[in-house]
Design a protein around this ligand. Structure first.
Ligand SMILES: [Fe+2]
Length: 740
């Protein structure tokens, strides 16, 4: 309806016309609210609204300008009426809250912001900007003679902000250009209804879009989280994260920094390889952020590159030329601890907005947890490997019970574990004051003998006293080093010394040296300390075993002495037999344990005589057949006694058969040749020899030559000829040496 028709009707029939006008207004609004709820496309909805508003207010033209939240510019959205050139972009700098200047963490100031000149605005643009930023409804008339608005094409206009509960999303302009009719207050009120409906439509659509994009984002994140759980390496996690990020936030370069102790590991993610110099240039801005996040001073920054080929991105040389203009950085945190940071860099100015920050932060949370999980898993795997190596080693060092062998293998394994070429093991001596070198490798004898160390003195002494490990990068520069010139001559630099503790009592120290300065990591210190506790068990076992053997031997000696008190003429005989038997046994390929068995059997072979009547044992005359038979029972009695004692059981067969003869005419079973145990055959040779060579109460010892002849005579009949040969060779050698 034209304005002319409308006004003539008002004059003719005021009551009816008013009613009709009210009806039209209501039906327009009703149509619009139906459009609003019908899910119409936003642009179409705004087009219908602006058309409707223009008609309702009988204006020449009407249009919407909407705010672009990223650039903070008003841009045309829908218009009705006069076709003319209108402002295309109205920047609103005074209300611009660009992320780049927001001064909040996560964004670097973009150097171009202040330098970039704003495009000049025409008078209409200035009017629109003032109306929008003033957030006030504005009635413009020609009467406003502000020189700023000279040149505005409106004769009269209403400018209304599209206000939602929280913000202004745009501006509605209703204007007359070709005629002077001013707008009334009623017009303003009616226009406000349209403006509010439009604001609702814009807001509603924004929310719908946001919701949709969040849902898409969540779906992608969900997928990412699922893929994260299958990834075993940090590089894999970072690669996946950037695969996702490149879909939602355009950027050219990504960096992930992970902190461990005093080290920072940087992963650069780019489509192409970068030169080290370029990496430095591109990430200078990260230094300060990284230092701020890292609670300890960073000793070393190590870098690794991850390529994501197939991504469409600027060629890297162009990235260097154009420089990084924007970057987005957020910390990676796990339970309030900063474990690193993640960064995106772009060559565009203001490349990142709030939505990017939100999505980026969500990703960083997900990545933090995944990184921590992988780190824990890697740590556990490494520990399991270390523990299994330690287990193997501990099995190996406990496989021998000879203390010196145990100490040697502790030194060898320490060097192997620490990749060092020199190691020494010192044990606290019997006085408890000195550390005595008990095993070493790679160190000169002169160094070891010239460096006595007291407990509590120097580096090693304090390790023992304080029961704590010490690592030194370069001992030549450490004031605690005791023998500085010897240390320098020995070319020692890095040192790691760990105490050996037995039930928290220090018993020694393991020290590994390197020839170049070396900073042993906490992990290495822990590893050698754990090994030292295994070593401690092995040392204790070996010492206990040696002690037990001593006690065993003294007990056996006491038993042997008991026999000799019964049978006075055999005084010293058992000990002699033991010595001869061991000498022979060493000529055979026998184990240490077998030799030990023969040793004790030598001492105890006649223990069965305890069960023989004293009259028989001490009888000087020839024995009666019954008495001889009784005496012949002593091997059986002896074996019976041995079998009762667990650790003497092995000796029993040797005792039982020591009176068997090689030709099978001996007793108790008449075994012959190899059927007689080797140990028993050896005992027989030693026994026979000693009974001839030693003085007896009833006769003097036979002379050497006579004994040798007699031995040869019984070789092959009474005694094993091979053993006799071996034994006589030993005796001859000794006889020549001593001349006796
Ligand atoms: Fe005997």
């Amino acid at each position: 309806m034209s304005e002319k028709a409308g006004s003539s009707k008002t004059k003719l029939l005021p009551g009816d016309a008013l009613q009709e006008q009210t009806f039209k207004r209501l039906s327009r609004l009703s149509d619009l609210s139906m459009d609003l709820s019908s899910g119409l496309d936003r642009d179409e909805l705004l087009r219908r609204m602006i058309e409707s508003a223009r008609e309702a207010l009988h204006a020449d033209e009407a249009y919407f300008m909407l705010l672009d939240p990223d650039t903070f510019e008003l841009v045309p959205a829908a218009s009705a009426g006069t076709r003319r050139k209108r402002p295309m972009r109205v920047t609103c700098p005074e209300r611009r809250t660009s992320l780049a200047v927001a001064g909040e963490f996560g964004f670097a100031p973009s150097p171009r912001i202040s330098d970039e000149p704003e495009p000049p605005l025409d008078p209409e643009g200035i009017l629109l900007r003032n109306a929008f930023t003033g957030r006030q409804r504005l009635m413009f008339t020609r009467g406003m003679r502000d020189p700023m608005f000279t040149g505005v094409p409106f004769r009269s206009a209403i400018l209304l902000p599209l206000a939602t509960t929280t913000q202004s999303v745009g501006l509605m302009v209703v204007a007359n250009i070709s005629h002077d009719k001013p707008f009334t207050v009623t017009d303003m009120e009616e226009a406000t209804i349209f403006a509010n409906l439009a604001a609702m439509a814009v807001e509603h659509q924004k929310l719908v879009r946001e919701r949709e994009s969040r849902i898409r984002e969540m779906e992608k994140l969900n997928l990412l989280a699922k893929r994260f759980s299958t990834v075993q390496t940090l590089e894999g996690l970072i690669g996946l994260s950037f695969e996702y990020l490149s879909q939602i936030i355009p950027h050219e370069l990504g960096v992930v920094s992970l902190f461990t102790h005093d080290e920072e590991m940087r992963y650069f993610v780019s489509p192409r390889p970068l030169s080290p110099g370029s990496l430095q240039n591109l990430t200078d801005h990260l230094q300060d952020i990284s230092a701020g996040l890292h609670q300890k001073p960073v000793k070393t920054v190590r870098c690794q590159q991850i390529f994501l080929p197939g991504r469409e991105a600027l060629p890297m040389p162009r990235v260097f030329r154009t420089r990084i203009q924007s970057f987005l950085t957020v910390p990676l945190t796990v339970q309030g601890q900063n474990i690193g940071l993640i960064n995106l860099s772009a060559t565009r100015c203001n490349a990142f907005n709030r939505d990017h920050l939100r999505a980026f932060t969500t990703l960083s949370n997900l990545l933090s947890t995944a990184v921590e999980n992988v780190k824990i898993r890697l740590y556990l795997e490494r520990r399991i490997e270390e523990i299994s190596v330690l287990f193997e080693i501990s099995q190996s060092i406990t496989s021998t019970l000879v203390l010196d062998e145990v100490l040697d293998s502790i030194v060898n394994f320490s060097m192997e574990m620490m990749h060092a070429l020199r190691c020494e093991l010192r044990l606290v001596d019997q006085t408890g004051n000195f550390l005595e070198t008990r095993a070493s490798r790679g160190l000169s004898k002169s160094f070891l003998s010239a460096t006595p160390i007291r407990v509590g003195e120097g580096l090693l002494g304090s390790v023992v006293q304080n029961k704590l490990p010490i690592s030194v990068v370069d001992v030549r520069k450490d004031p605690r080093t005791k023998y500085l010139s010897l240390t320098k001559r020995e070319r020692l630099a890095g040192l790691l010394a760990v105490p050996i503790l037995q039930r928290n009592v220090p018993i020694g120290v393991i020290t590994v040296y390197t020839s170049k300065p070396r900073d042993f990591s906490q992990n290495e210190i822990d590893l050698l300390s754990t090994f030292a506790s295994q070593a401690s068990v092995a040392i204790e076992n070996a010492r206990l075993y040696a002690k037990m053997k001593d006690q065993y031997l003294s007990m056996v000696a006491a038993l042997a002495a008991a026999i000799e008190t019964k049978d006075a003429y055999t005084h010293g005989h058992s000990k002699n037999v033991m010595e001869y038997a061991v000498k022979i046994a060493r000529e055979f390929d026998l184990s240490d344990e077998e030799i030990e068995t023969i040793r004790y059997a030598g001492l105890l072979h006649d223990i069965g005589k305890i069960g023989i009547k004293d009259v028989i044992l001490t009888k000087q005359e020839a024995l009666t057949p019954e008495e001889r038979q009784e005496l012949r029972n002593h091997p059986k009695y002896g074996a019976f006694i041995m079998e009762q004692v667990d650790f003497l059981k092995d000796i029993a067969p040797l005792t039982l058969y020591h009176h068997e003869r090689y030709d099978g005419t001996g007793y108790p079973l008449g075994l012959r040749a190899d059927a007689i145990p080797l140990g028993a055959r050896i005992l027989a040779v030693a026994d026979t020899y000693d009974s001839m060579i030693a003085d007896r109460p009833y006769r003097k010892a036979f002379p050497y030559d006579h004994v040798m002849r007699e031995m040869k005579k019984v070789s092959g009949s009474q005694l094993d000829p091979e053993i006799v040969d071996i034994f006589l060779t030993i005796i001859k050698r000794e006889h020549q040496q001593t001349g006796s």
